[in-house]
Design a protein around this ligand. Sequence first.
Ligand SMILES: Cc1cc2nc3c(=O)[nH]c(=O)nc-3n(C[C@H](O)[C@H](O)[C@H](O)COP(=O)(O)OP(=O)(O)OC[C@H]3O[C@@H](n4cnc5c(N)ncnc54)[C@H](O)[C@@H]3O)c2cc1C
Length: 386
Amino acid sequence: MSVDAELADELVAAVSTWVDRDVISQSRALEQADEFPQSMFEQMCDFGLFGATIPPEYGGLGLDAITYARVVEELSRGWMSLAGILNSHKLAVAMITRFGTPEQRSRFLPRMLDGSFRASFSLSEPDAGSDTRNIRCRAELDGGEWVINGTKMWVTNGMRSSLVMLLARTPDDRITCFAVEKAPGERSGGLTISRKIEKLGYKGLETVEMSYADHRVPHANLLGGDKGMGEGLRYALSALELGRVNIAARAVGVAQAALDAALAYSQERETFGKPIFAHQAVQFMLAEMATKLHAARLMTYDAARRYDAGERIDLEAGMAKLFASEAAYEIATDAMRIHGGYGYTTEHSVERYYRDTPLMIIGEGTNEIQKLVIARRLLERMRERG
Ligand SMILES: Cc1cc2nc3c(=O)[nH]c(=O)nc-3n(C[C@H](O)[C@H](O)[C@H](O)COP(=O)(O)OP(=O)(O)OC[C@H]3O[C@@H](n4cnc5c(N)ncnc54)[C@H](O)[C@@H]3O)c2cc1C
């Protein structure tokens, strides 16, 4: 998808300025209170971020993946949870845009522009995370409606969302995706938020367990219409390619924040009569952190550019997610070490970076699963080359 480069640069710059001015100073208190950042969310709506990747014919900006990655990076430099508020919505937009019927695209996408009708993504279950084929949530047709029963786990934005992209097993034992409309809140029809999951980091936005008891969904909400029967996992995994670029971009943003904090602190803190930056051991850590960050950013942008060019990117997105998330975890740890004992307190944001970065290693397919995907794709490419 081509996008006006000037408009894209302006949007990234506006988000970046806002992050420097408002987000960095306010995020620590909100994070520690585990409070939803309502005013930041409203500012994200004002920037048009929820509709940013929606095609112009439905009223969106039709933003490309590279601009989206840069926006996510900037948000995460301020507070990674802000990117989380956006991400499940973007996955839903990608699924509906790519695989929805024309009627579903015109019914949902215009409502998804301004942040008032947001989406969550629900693949995982208590016994099905990496092992997606083990999904047990069931959907059975009764008249013109699907009746959903089961428990879904780890639904980020599940409480506040109005739409859930739900993966469920149909009687033919295949996995199908349903666009489940719901009222924001704890209960809607037979759908209940059965638990709010307390997390190590990624605070301020909810991740919940969702239970379905005879919850009814119109047949018209089966993603892709009749052609979508049994295609749910393919649709979800395809959207997750973009999701992995998002995770890599988040990792780059948090890593940048950690490096910035460590570099600044290394000038302020003195030991043995000089700033700790003057100690070669600290310089070496900073040099390695910056090098890993640079490589992670290049890999992320490369995967995004390939996505925009219409290439298959499971290999590059997997590599970018793997490398950037591991790099961010190491950079956050080193930033904490450079802060010494102060890095272990809640007075500095580096402890948050340390708590937030493991999510990028686990979320949207663990890094062990990424390695399996990468290795399989390497073999396929070798065979394709003959
Ligand atoms: C904060 C948070 C938010 C989330 N949000 C969402 C969301 O919005 N929607 C959603 O659908 N899901 C969400 N998830 C779920 C997430 O995608 C899963 O946690 C993740 O895919 C891993 O699944 P699991 O937790 O069941 O771990 P498991 O699959 O049980 O894995 C446990 C360990 O075994 C390893 N492992 C498993 N299988 C293999 C294998 N074949 N080879 C090698 N190693 C293997 C894993 O790498 C991992 O180290 C979220 C998770 C978290 C923590």
